[in-house]
Write a protein that binds this ligand. Structure first.
Ligand code: PLP
Length: 401
């Protein structure tokens, strides 16, 4: 059977960096107890009030084909939310409802370039990014960031790769690093984006999870609204990962063009899911803060435990449901450390290498299990790192002696 190249090579290395995650899942399926700190999904389910709204909508008959671009009500609610959060006037014409942020990223990359064009993205990156860009026929071009910069991108590094590029994909608050990009950084990047005539695709699915600093949407910077496509989602902000509902916010003309793509791909999002999303947005910022609160608590637990040792170092984390840890003092790669941690301590974390070369020697820890279990697993992981680092120190001392 022949499988087309664009599918067979979508993920480049074949696993898309999810090898450890699948191994942890297989162990769990065999009944092995694992502290699972791999994926970005809440330990609470969608709120019953949101489910009741979904149920009422479906039973009320909203089960036929829904409005392709999204219902007036949901587009209006998204436009109002974006206006309130960013100060940028946003109308329903600027909003396309999509089946989650992932579909929005895929559609956005279809809009920005022709087959073979270069599309920039920041390394470390959310694991689907290169495949999403390839899937749209573009060539993924990583721009590396550095742990010593807290993984904040540098405008000059973006400029250095921008020749012949059509777009730049940013993600703040960032998965996997937890970095929240500073306004000054974004202003410098926006200058490059304008000078190089790029589209900016701004993935803001973690915009309600900010622990330090403030979320700045680059769409609000001067001259950026006409060249920015914001990716949003109900997944992380409202614990609705399985409902598959998100959006693209951008220039009205771009949204109209993307609606044509929708006709030929998703055919929109189920009406009852959209009604549930509109209801969820009507719950306001207090509800969003409630959904975000456990991650803030666990991030504080992680920082407290990290302060009690000096082997594992935290990358300064300002947001999102992850902390990024530097385990280079163990002399192991992130992959080897994560593999041994799973085999010997039954704790599953993602190796930094799953998110690109810039995160080598790091781990991404998801803050997604209940506080007590999280604290126990995190403390055990730090002890484990300490044991490995001391063993490596001893070996080096013996060798030197
Ligand atoms: N963007 C980032 C940075 C993510 O981490 C995720 C999911 O983990 C997504 C987009 C996609 O989320 P969804 O498709 O559930 O909205």
């Amino acid at each position: 059977m022949k499988i087309a190249h664009r599918i067979a090579h979508l993920t480049g290395d074949g696993s898309g960096g999810w090898g450890l995650y699948f191994r942890a899942r297989a162990l769990k399926a065999q009944g092995v107890e694992i502290a699972d700190l791999t994926i970005g999904e809440h330990d609470v389910r969608t709120d019953p009030a949101i489910l009741a709204a979904m149920d009422a909508s479906a039973r009320g008959g909203h089960t036929g084909y829904a409005a392709l671009r999204g219902t007036e009500e949901l587009r209006g609610a998204v436009a109002a939310r974006v206006t309130a959060r960013t100060g940028v006037a946003t109308a329903p014409e600027n909003v396309l409802v999509t089946p989650g942020g992932q579909a929005a990223l895929f559609a956005a990359h279809h809009l920005v370039g022709e087959a073979g064009d270069r599309a920039l993205f920041v390394d470390p990156y959310y694991a689907t990014y290169p495949g999403t860009i390839r899937g749209a026929g573009l060539v993924p071009v990583p721009v590396s960031t550095r742990p010593e910069d807290g993984f904040q991108p540098r405008a000059e590094a973006i400029d250095a790769k921008a020749e012949g590029a059509v777009s730049l994909l940013l993600n703040s608050p960032n998965n996997p690093t937890g970095a929240v990009y500073a306004e000054a950084t974004l202003r410098e990047i926006a200058e490059v984006v304008r000078a190089r005539d790029l589209w900016l695709i701004s993935d803001e699915v973690y915009d309600t999870q900010v622990w330090e600093g403030a979320h700045v949407s680059p769409r609000g910077l001067p001259g950026m609204a006409e060249r920015t496509l914001v990716i949003g989602s109900m997944s992380k902000s409202h614990a609705m990962t399985g409902s598959r509902v998100g959006w693209i916010v951008g220039p009205a003309e771009a949204v109209a063009a993307l609606a044509v793509l929708t006709t030929h791909t998703t055919y929109g999002v189920p009406g009852f899911v959209q009604d549930a999303a509109a209801f969820a947005l009507s719950l306001g910022t207090a509800f969003e803060a409630e959904i975000a609160a456990p991650f803030r608590r666990r991030r504080d637990i992680a920082m407290r435990l990290l302060a009690g040792q000096n082997v594992v170092r935290a990358v300064p984390s300002g947001g999102a449901m992850y902390v990024m840890l530097d385990v280079r003092a163990t002399r192991l790669s992130g992959e080897d450390f994560a593999g041994r941690l799973l085999d010997e301590a039954r704790i599953a974390v993602m190796p930094g290498e799953s998110f690109g070369g810039a995160a080598a020697g790091h781990l991404r820890v998801a803050l997604t299990i209940p506080d007590e279990a999280f604290a126990a697993a995190f403390a055990r992981m730090l002890d484990f790192a300490g044991e490995i680092a001391r063993g490596a120190d001893r070996r080096e001392a013996t060798h030197a002696g």
